[in-house]
Write a protein that binds this ligand. Structure first.
Ligand code: GLA
Length: 334
């Protein structure tokens, strides 16, 4: 029986938060921290995966029909992928990861993408990302967008990715020389992400009912929304799309100071308009921002805890993870 080993990177989102499910723009990059899954198929009808991080294995029938009910919880992500790709045979395998779990660096997307490849998924990076997005939604019940899975499946070494969620077009954006990308964990585990995420998404959908697709809305359209909460949520989305384009221009001009300002503005928007930051993350961002050599910093990922991302001069920060942009997920041994 052949053993297959697949690796899927996590991602850090540089700018463009909560824009994916509104047909907007984002600029994540696939990172060298990621998840490996080794798998050997057998004649069994069950998939058994162990994880060095988890006390109990995931036992998933190949015909599983209710991924969200499984225990332990991490088995739900395995089951979500199995339910999407319906492997013909079961087997046994092992998961290992260098990603912090639940920290805003897409550990769940990396797990899904690596499992799908290890179980024999055969398709384009876009097809892989869509299958794994559906798997995540089945497993967690959270109506997540496509960004995490697309960044993990479609990464480009040395590049951030300009993702357009209207066309699903992926464009590599070269990272400026001498600009370091550092993620630092706030130490705060993310809480209430599921219900608050769904609530934010519903607010954006309400805003789009009022003013049309937020991708095309102007700031004047947004100002005309009478409900204060919906208006602020829409204000974040519209200004965040502008910030993604401004970041592409700042990188093209090798303008690290401008790139940093865009991060700072992005954080204020997430904190004040979208209200997905926390006092602990705000304090971390302020501390990073006050460190010499740091150009800018912000919350990264869905929010409610997790990591901040900073752009800085090489060596300016001696905490967190200095991230390298890597190629997307692949089978590394078979
Ligand atoms: C989570 C979701 C993504 C995206 C981000 C916020 O990571 O899985 O689809 O919406 O939050 O930008």
């Amino acid at each position: 029986m052949n053993r297959v080993v697949a690796f899927a990177p996590g991602r850090v989102n540089l700018i463009g938060e909560h824009t994916d499910y509104t047909g907007g723009l984002a600029m994540p990059m696939a990172i060298h921290l990621g998840t490996s899954v080794s798998f050997t198929a057998s004649d069994s009808t069950e998939i058994v995966l162990t994880s060095e991080r988890e006390g109990s294995p995931a036992l998933v029938a190949v015909d599983v029909d209710d991924p969200a009910s499984l225990e332990p919880r991490w088995a739900r992500y395995v089951a979500g992928v199995v339910a999407e790709i319906r492997p013909a045979r079961g087997g046994t395998g092992a998961v290992s990861t260098t990603l912090p779990v639940g920290a805003g660096l897409s550990s769940s997307a990396a797990l899904e993408v690596a499992i799908a490849l290890a179980l024999g998924f055969d398709g384009s990076p876009h097809e892989l990302a869509h299958a794994c997005q559906r798997a995540e939604q089945r497993a967690s019940g959270v109506p997540c967008g496509l960004m995490d899975q697309l960044a993990s499946a479609g990464g480009l070494a040395g590049h951030a990715l300009l993702l357009d969620f209207e066309t699903e077009h992926v464009t590599g954006v070269r990272l400026p020389d001498g600009l370091e990308v550092v993620a630092v964990h706030s130490g705060q585990e993310r809480t209430l992400v599921g219900s608050a995420y769904a609530e934010r998404r519903a607010s954006c959908e309400r805003a789009a009912e009022l003013v049309g697709p937020l991708r095309c809305a102007s700031l004047a359209d947004v100002e005309a929304i009478s409900d204060r909460t919906i208006r602020r949520r829409a204000h974040h989305i519209v200004t965040e799309n502008h910030r993604v384009l401004a970041m592409v221009a700042a990188f093209a001009a090798d303008d690290a100071a401008l790139a940093g300002e865009i991060l700072d503005e992005g954080h204020r928007s997430l904190r004040d308009d979208f209200e997905v930051s926390t006092p602990v993350v705000d304090a971390l961002v302020a501390r990073l921002r006050a460190t010499p050599g740091v150009h800018g910093a912000r919350l990264t990922g869905a929010g409610f805890g997790g990591c901040a991302v900073a752009l800085c001069e090489p060596g300016a920060l001696d905490i967190g993870w200095t991230l390298r942009a890597v190629h997307g997920a692949s089978v590394i041994d078979s």
